[in-house]
Ligand binder design. Structure first.
Ligand code: GAL
Length: 821
C-alpha cells in the first residue's frame, strides 16, 4: 500500500470514530451510518489539480489599505502584519452601521488590501515549471512576481493559476505581491475580503499533466460493470520532442490496484500537447451514492524514457443518474428525492477564510439531518467543499453566477465584469470540478435579471465544451416570463426558485421539462425563540427575532408547505431549501442591528434550530422524536407543544401524566395545548419495537457553564479546530433557555481562540474575541491547534456561575499525505 493510501485509510477510520461521537439531536444518535462515509480523505489538498501542489499558505505579510508600488521587491513591508493564509480581513473589522458593506455584507468593511510573500527558489528548479495556484481571492486580485504583473482576476469565487517560471530568480529570493480590491457591497451576502482560500506552489517537470488536465468519465455504469474513459492532457513545455507513455491505475479504497492501463508511446513535439485517451473496465464496481459514497482513486503516471516525470491523482466515484420529466430523479436506478439545501460560503465566526474542519463540520451536521444535496449559492465553492461532499455522499448543484450582464441592488457586483470574464470563469469552474462524483449538475445562474437567450446559450455551450456528462440548469424565479421559458427550453433541467403554484401549470405546458425546486421555503427563525399564535404568520417583531414554530414567513412558504409542494409531485426531482446554515449579511426581515441571516436551518454557530428536526423527521428513517419549545413559561400559560417525528405515534407526558397519543397525518408536526406547570414535558415516540424520547425540563436560575467539545483529539497541524459548545445551565445541568450571560474564554497549551459566536443576529459583538454572551442559553468558542502537539485546556468563566474547563489532545500532524512519485 503506498503512503498516500495508508494515510487515507488511517485518517478515514479516525474520522468515522469521531463522527460516531457527535451527537446532533438530543436522545437521538445521528442517522448517518458508518457506511455512509468514504474512507478516502484528502484533507486540505489540491485534489482538483492532481495532488501536486505544495501549500504556499505560510509566511505572508498583510496590510489593510492601499500603498504605492507594493509589488516592487524593495518595498519595505516590515511593519505589515504577519499572517497565514487563508485570510479574510473583513471578519476582523468591527460590525458598524455606516460600513459600506451594508446589511448585504453584514456591516464589516472590505476595501483594498495587500499581501506579500518572499520565498527562495532552489537552483534545481531551473529545469522545472513553477506555477502558483489560487483557489480563490476576493476580489479583483492583481498578482505580481518580482514586480511583473501576472494578471488580474475580478471574480473572487474563481480558482486560477499563473506560470511563474519566466520571472523567477533561481537560487535567490523572489517576491509575490497581491492587491485585492473589494469595493463593497459586491455580493448580496457577506463575501469576506482577501486571499480567503488556499494557495499552492506547483513545481513540475517540463513534461506533465496540464492544469486540471485529467478528465475521468464513466460512460457505462451498472452493478456488474463500469466502463471508464480517461482523457489526460499532457503538455510538453520543453524545447525537444518527447516520447510519452501514460500508466493509469485505478485503486480501491484500501489502495489495491483494481485495474491499470499503459498507453502506447506517443511523441509530443516541443511546446506542444497531446490528449491521451484510455478506456478501462471495472467488474463488479462499488457504486457511489449518499447512502454509500464509495470512492476509488485514479492515478496517472507520465513516463518519458522509462522514468516517471509526473503523477496526477484524482478521486473517482462510479454512479449514474437520471432526471425524468414525470418521475423525477433517480440515482443508480433507484428513484429518490433530492433533499438539499442552499448554502453561502461563510463559516460563521471564521468569516470566509476556508478551513477544512469547519467545512467538514457543516456538512456532517447537514448529513446527520438526512440532507443529501447542496447547492453552492450562488458561486463556485471552495474546492474542499466538493472533496468533503464526495466523501460524505452529498450531491452538488455547482453554481456559477448570481448576475449576468445586469447587476442587482446597485451593487458593485460581477455584472461589471461579466462580458469580459464569464467564459473564463464558468469554464474554470467546470474544468476544476468535473471529476467530483458529488457534482451532478451545473447551474449557469441564479435569478438572473433581464436574461437573454443569447447569453444563456453561450453559457450552456461553454459548460458543454468541457463536460457533456452532467445536465445544465439555472435557478429561476420568473418562469412566467416568455424569455425565461425560452431559456428553460434550451437547458437540461428547469430550476424553480419559489412559486410552487407554477409547478403544475408549467408541467402541463411543458411536459418535457425536467424540474427541480432549486430554491424553496425561505422561512426565517431564531434558535430558541417562539412566537405565538402559531397559526399566524409573524415575520417581524420588536426584538429583531423570528419564530421557531415555522410561522415566520413573508411571501414564501413554511418548511412544511414547501416539503409537501415537492413531495406530493413525482415530477419534481427534489428541492434545495433556502438555507442550510445561517450566513452573515442578507438580514431579512430586519436591518441594523441584525447583521446575519435568519433563513438557516442551523445558526451561524452550527447549532440546529428546531426546524432541523422537522427535516430529520422527513429525510431519515432511524426513529427520532424532537420536542419544542423549552419548558420555562409563566404559571397558567397554555403552551403549544410540538413534536417532529418519524415514529408511528408519539405520546406526550407532563410530569408523568399522559397528555394523549398522536400520529402524524395531515400535519407534519404533532401539537398539544398544555397548561404549563413546572417540571418535565416528555415525548415518547414509538416505531415498531423501538422507543425514543425527547424532553424539556424547567430550568432554575443560571448556575453553571457547561462545555461540550465536538472532538477531544485534534491534529497538531496549525489548522485543525475544536468547536466547543457552551451551555448556561442551572444547578442540575438543565439548559437555561433564555440565558444571556457573558462568558469569558481562556486557553492554555498549543491552541488559540479563532472565533466566538452565539447565532444571534441583532448584535454587533465581534466574532474575533475572547468572550461572548449566550443567546437562548448557548454560545460557542472555536479553538485552533498550533503545529506543536500537546494538551489544550479551554476554560470558560461567567460572573456568578461556576466555571468549567475541558481538555483536548492535539497530536502529531499527519494531515498532508506524502506522495510516492
Ligand atoms: C432568493 C435569492 C437568494 C436569497 C433568497 C432570500 O430569491 O435567490 O439569494 O436572496 O431569495 O429569500
Amino acid at each position: 500500500m503506498n503512503k498516500l493510501l495508508k494515510y487515507i485509510l488511517v485518517s478515514g477510520l479516525a474520522f468515522i470514530s469521531l463522527f460516531n461521537m457527535q451527537c446532533i439531536s438530543r436522545q437521538v444518535a445521528p442517522t448517518t451510518k458508518n457506511s455512509a462515509v468514504s474512507l478516502i480523505s484528502l484533507k486540505g489538498t489540491d485534489i482538483y489539480n492532481g495532488l501536486r501542489g505544495q501549500s504556499f499558505n505560510d509566511g505572508w505579510k498583510f496590510y489593510e489599505g492601499d500603498v504605492n508600488e507594493g509589488q516592487i521587491s524593495s518595498f519595505d513591508d516590515s511593519s505589515w502584519e504577519d499572517i497565514t493564509l487563508p485570510h479574510d480581513w473583513s471578519i476582523f473589522n468591527p460590525i458598524r452601521l455606516d460600513s459600506p458593506a451594508s446589511s448585504h455584507g453584514g456591516y464589516m468593511d472590505g476595501g483594498v488590501g495587500w499581501y506579500r510573500k518572499t520565498f527562495t527558489v532552489p537552483t534545481d528548479y531551473k529545469n522545472k515549471k513553477v506555477f502558483i495556484n489560487f483557489d480563490g481571492a476576493y476580489m479583483n486580485s492583481q498578482v505580481w512576481i518580482n514586480g511583473n504583473l501576472l494578471g488580474n482576476r475580478p471574480y473572487g469565487y474563481s480558482s486560477f493559476q499563473y506560470d511563474l517560471t519566466p520571472y523567477l530568480v533561481y537560487g535567490g529570493k523572489n517576491l509575490i505581491a497581491v492587491r485585492i480590491n473589494n469595493n463593497l457591497p459586491t455580493s448580496r451576502w457577506y463575501s469576506g475580503s482577501g486571499i480567503y482560500r488556499n494557495v499552492w506552489l506547483t513545481v513540475l517537470n517540463k513534461t506533465h499533466v496540464d492544469y486540471c488536465g485529467m478528465f475521468v468519465t464513466t460512460p457505462n455504469v451498472s452493478n456488474s460493470s463500469a466502463t471508464l474513459n480517461i482523457k489526460t492532457k499532457i503538455a510538453n513545455q520543453s524545447d525537444v520532442s518527447r516520447s510519452v507513455t501514460l500508466k493509469t491505475t485505478i485503486l480501491d479504497e484500501s489502495g489495491n490496484t483494481v485495474i491499470s492501463n499503459t498507453s502506447l508511446p506517443i511523441t509530443i513535439n516541443a511546446s506542444n500537447n497531446n490528449t491521451f485517451n484510455q478506456d478501462l473496465t471495472i467488474s463488479n464496481p462499488r457504486l457511489w451514492s449518499p447512502a454509500s459514497p464509495y470512492l476509488y482513486m485514479a492515478k496517472t503516471q507520465v513516463m518519458v524514457d522509462g522514468s516517471i516525470v509526473d503523477t496526477y491523482q484524482s478521486t473517482l466515484g462510479l454512479r449514474y443518474f437520471d432526471f425524468d420529466a414525470n418521475e423525477g430523479f433517480s440515482l443508480n436506478g433507484v428513484k429518490m428525492k433530492i433533499n438539499g439545501v442552499c448554502n453561502h460560503h461563510d463559516l460563521g465566526a471564521l468569516g470566509a477564510a476556508v478551513n477544512y474542519r469547519a467545512i467538514e463540520r457543516q456538512l456532517e451536521i447537514l448529513k446527520a439531518m438526512g440532507c443529501n444535496a447542496l447547492r453552492t449559492a450562488h458561486n463556485p465553492p471552495d474546492p474542499q467543499v466538493l472533496e468533503v461532499c464526495d466523501r460524505l455522499g452529498i450531491m452538488v448543484m455547482d453554481e456559477a453566477f448570481d448576475v449576468w450582464e445586469t447587476g442587482k441592488n446597485n451593487l458593485n457586483d460581477y455584472h461589471l465584469y461579466f462580458n469580459e470574464w464569464a467564459q473564463a470563469d464558468i469554464q474554470a469552474m467546470v474544468l476544476r470540478d468535473r471529476n467530483h462524483p458529488s457534482v451532478i449538475m451545473w447551474s449557469i445562474g441564479n435569478e438572473i435579471q433581464r436574461p437573454s437567450i443569447t447569453t444563456a446559450t453561450k453559457l450552456r455551450d461553454w459548460v458543454k465544451d468541457i463536460d457533456t456528462t452532467r445536465p445544465v440548469t439555472w435557478a429561476c424565479n420568473s418562469l412566467n416570463g416568455r424569455t425565461e421559458q425560452a431559456i428553460s427550453n434550451i437547458l437540461d433541467i428547469v430550476g424553480h426558485n419559489y412559486f410552487p403554484e407554477r409547478y403544475n401549470s408549467l408541467h402541463e405546458k411543458y411536459p418535457e421539462w425536467k424540474m427541480i425546486g432549486s430554491e424553496t421555503s425561505s422561512a426565517v427563525r431564531s434558535r430558541g425563540i417562539y412566537k405565538t399564535p402559531t397559526n399566524q404568520k409573524i415575520v417581524r417583531d420588536s426584538d429583531y427575532q423570528c419564530s421557531s414554530y415555522d410561522n415566520s414567513v413573508g411571501g414564501t412558504s413554511t418548511a412544511e408547505t414547501s416539503y409537501r409542494d415537492i413531495n406530493s409531485r413525482s415530477f419534481m426531482s427534489g428541492e434545495f431549501i433556502w438555507t442550510g446554515f445561517d450566513y452573515i449579511g442578507e438580514t431579512y426581515p430586519y436591518q441594523w442591528p441584525s447583521k446575519s441571516s435568519y433563513f438557516g436551518i442551523i445558526d451561524t454557530s452550527g447549532f440546529p434550530k428546531d426546524i432541523y428536526y422537522f427535516y430529520q423527521s422527513r429525510w431519515t428513517t432511524e426513529p427520532m422524536v424532537h420536542i419544542l419549545p423549552h419548558w420555562n413559561w409563566p404559571s397558567g400559560q397554555t403552551v403549544e407543544v410540538w413534536t417532529y417525528t418519524n415514529c408511528d405515534s408519539v405520546e406526550l407526558f407532563l410530569n408523568g401524566v399522559s397528555q394523549g397519543v398522536k400520529t402524524v397525518g395531515d400535519s407534519l408536526h404533532l401539537a398539544w395545548d398544555v397548561p404549563w406547570t413546572q417540571g418535565t414535558i416528555l415525548a415518547k415516540g414509538i416505531k415498531g419495537d423501538t422507543v425514543v424520547y425527547d424532553k424539556m425540563t424547567s430550568a432554575g436560575s443560571a448556575a453553571k457553564v457547561k462545555l461540550k467539545p465536538d472532538r477531544t483529539s485534534l491534529t497538531a497541524d496549525g489548522k485543525d479546530l475544536v468547536f466547543v459548545e457552551v451551555d448556561i445551565t442551572d444547578s442540575n445541568g438543565v439548559l437555561v433557555p433564555n440565558a444571556t450571560n457573558s462568558v469569558n474564554f481562556s486557553v492554555s497549551g498549543p491552541g488559540t481562540i479563532v472565533g466566538v459566536d452565539n447565532g444571534n443576529s441583532p448584535t454587533s459583538e465581534p466574532y474575533k474575541a475572547n468572550s461572548r454572551k449566550a443567546f437562548s442559553g448557548k454560545c460557542l468558542v472555536i479553538v485552533q491547534t498550533a503545529k506543536t502537539p500537546g494538551s489544550i485546556v479551554v476554560t470558560a468563566d461567567s460572573k456568578g456561575l461556576s466555571s468549567s474547563s475541558v481538555k483536548i489532545v492535539s497530536i502529531g500532524d499527519k494531515a498532508i499525505p506524502t506522495l510516492t512519485r
